[in-house]
Ligand binder design. Structure first.
Ligand SMILES: *[C@@H]1O[C@H](CO)[C@@H](O)[C@H](O)[C@H]1NC(C)=O
Ligand SMILES: *[C@@H]1O[C@H](CO)[C@@H](O)[C@H](O)[C@H]1NC(C)=O
Ligand SMILES: *[C@@H]1O[C@H](CO)[C@@H](O)[C@H](O)[C@H]1NC(C)=O
Ligand SMILES: *[C@@H]1O[C@H](CO)[C@@H](O)[C@H](O)[C@H]1NC(C)=O
Ligand SMILES: *[C@@H]1O[C@H](CO)[C@@H](O)[C@H](O)[C@H]1NC(C)=O
Ligand SMILES: [Fe+2]
Length: 468
């Protein structure tokens, strides 16, 4: 609502000459004092990087949604010594009937690194709301995992998403993942907002650090889908060592169901899951008018049926609204192109990473400006999304602690601590977001917000429903 700003204007009017910038400067800058030491990567012999025993044993097992509606799954893993088996065997908990599916296997080279055998296998036509077991590998190196399928897509299908970004592989990364796993809110799927392994921070982008990272997250990502967004650390673009194909390691290792949403690139796509429609965008691919991403998004937004999926979530890496000094205004050029669509289609929430800290915005937009009218500041807008930066996974580059001052009015809460988020959809009208800093107990919410769905609670709708 804009009442706070109206109030600020009123106080300015009354007290005109006093410096009230502090008083009227938006939301809360947390006074929480965190340890700002640089976080160190876990050493190669750490428990979380352990290679599973046995010849050619599958490692780095991870899953993601494999279709548009949640009845498909992509299972990926790597065999180090030889291609081995391409087959996934799976069965529902309450059934003796086993299914099997065959996938693809690929390898890639990066400078002087050659990957293991990367397997991707899609399984389809799963039952909703069902626990499944699955096996990869053969003989005495077979490994078994499980997952639970989401409920059928529909407005009152409750579902709990976790939010993690810029994770890396430090001791803090491990703390973030442990906190997510131990959170009593019980996240069922991770929405990952980009910057995965930070392998590119090593000499020659040491891709062995992609392998360690995927072994680290296996304990969670083999059991619940992680929905991937590409960040700048996925580019691995380095002409000096002859690596000129952007996103090569990332797109080789992490498949996504982009064709199911008629996208032509794995870097932007959408899925439906329970009551949510999730659109993933790429901050590091062309997004201007007439580009493939632009054309796709222009077709995509009108397809979202809010009667079926009331909650529209957008993931991207570089935030549009960021009041930290680090990466300040990097999201501007994309914001200018797409923001009016987000307002028009009433996106509920935009999650981004990139800035290694936490920030939540008011509902604001900055779309009135037309070059000549001078209306170039964000203003309160009930149709606009809430913007949440959650790039605080804990990677080796450390926290972004420097903030622009005073805190701008659009910024509702900001704090430079590592942590994760939970977006808990209760039903068609209510969702609850909470942010959890790593230093607290597992159940503590350092920041939170109730979301009221604007489609299902709008006065016009209530009127229509009442007159039927
Ligand atoms: C796995 O089985 C093979 C023979 O199929 C055997 O040579 C090998 O020692 C076994 N490995 C383990 C770890 O049991
Ligand atoms: C790749 O090259 C670098 C620099 O010469 C070297 O330090 C590293 O050990 C090499 N890695 C492999 C896998 O050969
Ligand atoms: C990572 O966290 C897990 C779970 O809390 C723990 O068992 C493991 O020892 C930790 N590893 C490192 C290297 O911190
Ligand atoms: C939107 O979804 C609802 C509920 O599934 C369905 O009844 C309706 O036909 C859909 N509308 C369109 C335009 O597809
Ligand atoms: C939706 O969830 C909210 C929060 O849990 C609850 O207060 C409300 O009664 C629910 N609405 C319906 C129709 O169940
Ligand atoms: Fe980033």
């Amino acid at each position: 609502m804009f009442s706070k700003w109206v109030f600020c204007g009123f106080v300015y009017f009354l007290l005109g000459f006093l410096n009230l910038v502090e008083f009227c400067s938006g939301g809360i800058t947390s006074s929480y004092v965190r340890n700002a030491d640089l976080s160190l990567d876990m050493p190669l012999d750490s428990d979380v990087f352990r290679v599973p025993p046995g010849y050619n044993a599958p490692q780095q097992v991870h899953i993601t949604q494999g279709d548009h509606g949640g009845r498909g799954l992509i299972i990926s893993w790597i065999t180090p010594d030889e291609p081995g088996s391409n087959t996934v065997v799976y069965w529902a908990e309450d059934s003796k009937l086993k299914g099997s599916a065959n996938g693809v296997v690929l390898t890639y080279k990066y400078f002087n690194y050659t990957s293991g055998y990367i397997h991707h296998c899609k399984i389809k036509n799963l039952k909703f709301d069902t626990k499944y077991y699955y096996e990869v590998g053969i003989g005495n190196t077979t490994r078994q995992f499980w997952f639970i399928t989401p409920p059928k897509v529909g407005p009152d299908a409750p579902y709990t998403f976790g939010l993690i970004g810029d994770l890396g592989q430090t001791y803090d990364s491990n703390r973030t993942l442990t906190h997510y796993e131990s959170n009593p809110a019980k996240g069922q799927t991770v929405l990952f907002v980009g910057d995965l392994s930070y392998a590119d921070d090593y000499p020659f982008h040491d891709n062995a650090r992609w392998d360690t990272w995927s072994r680290f997250i296996e304990r969670n990502a083999a059991h619940q889908p992680w929905i991937w967004t590409a960040g700048n650390h996925e580019l691995d673009f380095d002409p000096e060592i002859g690596e000129t194909k952007p996103f090569k390691p990332y797109t080789s290792r992490f498949f996504v169901p982009y064709r199911a949403s008629e996208s032509t690139s794995p870097l932007w796509y959408s899925i439906k899951r329970a009551a949510a429609y999730v659109i993933v965008l790429s901050s590091y691919s062309a997004y201007g008018k007439s580009t493939p991403q632009y054309k796709w998004l222009a077709m995509e937004l009108p397809k979202v049926n809010r009667t079926e999926t009331p909650w529209l979530i957008v993931l991207m890496h570089s935030p549009w609204y960021n009041s930290y000094v680090h990466h300040y205004m990097e999201g501007e050029s994309m914001r200018v192109v797409y923001e009016s669509w987000f307002v028009e289609y009433k996106v509920d929430v935009v999650f981004a990473g990139h800035v290694h800290a936490y920030e939540r915005s008011e509902r604001i937009s900055n779309i009135a400006y037309n070059i000549v009218n001078g209306l170039c500041t964000p203003r309160s807008d009930h149709s606009a999304p809430v913007y949440i930066t959650i790039g605080d996974g804990g990677n080796l580059e450390g926290l972004a602690t420097e903030m622009t001052e005073p805190q701008p009015p659009y910024s509702a809460y900001r704090e430079a601590s590592f942590g994760h988020g939970i977006f808990d959809i209760k039903n068609r009208t209510h969702a609850y977001f909470s942010w959890h800093r790593n230093q607290d107990g597992f159940a503590v919410e350092a920041d939170s917000l109730w979301f009221h769905n604007r489609y299902w609670t709008s006065p016009e709708r209530t009127f229509l429903a009442a007159s039927q």
